[in-house]
Design a protein around this ligand. Structure first.
Ligand code: NZQ
Ligand code: ZN
Length: 392
């Protein structure tokens, strides 16, 4: 049992049609003018943007808009957003969309009060001291950005994708209406469920400690997402399943499933960020493509956790030696990813990186993580190279 800090200041407003409360909520916070930030058009087509504007109008809050956030959100649009927010003197940024829109909003929020280049934060050169408050209406259950302290941005030149974590980046409020996720393409729902499970797995596999309560929460979260992801395959309009997945998404990455176990591995995530930065693939699919290779590479250094995962979470019979049991747990998780139609290798993801590409991916990853990363097993650049090769 490790000491821990659990900090989740985000007010969550959850349920049907709660997006209509956004004007009131902003007004109660003293907002006068907001930047509405959104993506490639799904919120226009669904009518959500018009409803948001109607709610702001009714509460007497003025706004400016900036759409065009793409998956794996780009730094160039962040710069545009910073200029616009400064020029228009907005006091809040309202993200309406998925994780990419939220992350772009957080980056704009960091950039507005900062004298230097906002990329400094993502490039490990500076720490943000302030942020323009960010709030959101989430349309995709996946990243947990609606409660997390993270933001992940891609520099346009060279596809360099970097995350920045700071508690200032936790949204002041998040409106979660599961109905809004029913318009998602099935592929995005599946990528989202994978990402949600992965945020808990990243905390589960640790050699640093144990807390029974946290393990039980992790087990409950993973099993719940697996159950409802399966339901959504055939019944995407199922409100209850959308709601279960959406709330799991928030809890999976707000710190809850890491309390007391010292767990924060995140090697799979950082290896994936290089893939989605360089090849522009969906984050959840990239995670599924790499996770099994990472797990096989580190399992013997964290065997008791992999064994517990197999028997406790994946219901592998408690028979045979520890290694075989642990391996069966990994295989069952991969079987689930396959069931969702997720890739479990880079070739299934449509990628065939050369040896040189893998060297570049590993070197960039090493730079991004400051040389090493891992709680299940500490990994270095040469380990990254081997894992990418295993995942081919
Ligand atoms: O741009 P629009 O038109 O809105 O379309 C989006 C986009 O094409 C679409 N979409 C979203 N909600 C929809 C919808 N389409 C129909 N109906 C809806 N209700 O889905 C596509 C993907 O959206 P995106 O926001 O890119 O997906 P996601 O939420 O998975 O975000 C992925 C990004 O978040 C980062 C990832 O690396 C990636 O860049 N992450 C952020 C984290 C954080 N801030 O804590 C943690 C994660 O581990 C992750 O790294
Ligand atoms: Zn993720």
């Amino acid at each position: 049992m490790n000491d821990f800090v659990y900090y989740t200041p985000t007010k969550v407003i959850f349920g049907r049609d709660k997006e209509d409360l956004v004007g009131d909520e902003l007004k109660s916070r003293g907002a006068k003018k907001v930047l509405i930030h959104y993506g490639g058009g799904s919120v226009v087509r669904s009518g959500l943007l018009d409803r948001v504007k109607a709610s702001l109008d009714a509460s007497g809050i003025s706004y400016v808009e900036l759409g065009g956030v793409v998956p794996n959100p780009r730094l160039s649009l962040v710069y545009e957003g910073i200029e616009l927010a400064r020029r228009e003197k907005v006091d809040h940024i309202l993200a309406v969309g998925g994780g990419s829109v939220l992350d772009s909003s957080k980056a704009i929020g960091y950039g507005v009060p900062y004298d230097g280049d906002v990329w400094d934060f993502y490039d490990r050169k500076a720490q943000a001291k302030e942020i323009l408050p960010v709030c959101d209406i989430l349309t995709l259950a996946a990243t947990g950005s609606e409660m997390s302290n993270s933001s992940v941005i891609t520099k346009d030149e060279g596809g360099i994708k970097r995350g920045y974590s700071n508690d200032l980046g936790r949204p002041v409020f998040s409106i979660l209406d599961p109905q809004l996720t029913t318009t998602l393409p099935p592929y995005q729902t599946k990528c989202g469920c994978t990402d949600i499970i992965m945020h808990t797995l990243e905390r589960y596999f640790t050699s640093k400690g144990n807390m029974d309560l946290t393990d039980e929460i992790a087990k409950g979260l993973i099993k719940t997402v697996m159950k409802h992801a399966r339901i959504l395959l055939d019944d995407p309009e199922n409100y209850d399943s959308r709601a279960e997945v959406m709330w799991a998404g928030s809890l999976s990455h707000n710190g809850l499933t890491g309390c007391g176990n010292g767990g924060f591995d995140f090697a799979t995530h950082r290896l994936e960020h290089e893939l989605s930065g360089m090849y522009d693939v969906a984050h959840g699919a990239g995670l599924a493509a790499l996770w099994g290779s990472w797990a096989r590479y580190v399992m013997d250094d964290c065997l008791w956790r992999f064994r517990k995962f197999a028997t406790d979470v994946m219901d592998v019979p408690d028979q045979g030696n520890d290694h075989d049991i642990a391996l069966k747990g990994i295989e069952k998780m991969e079987d689930f990813f396959r069931e969702l139609g997720m890739p479990v290798s880079m070739s299934e993801l449509g990628l065939n990186p050369s040896d040189e590409d893998i060297r570049t991916l590993a070197a960039n990853c090493s730079k991004a993580v400051g040389g090493k990363i891992g709680a299940a097993k500490v990994l270095y650049e040469e380990d990254f190279v081997r894992i990418y090769h295993m995942a081919k």
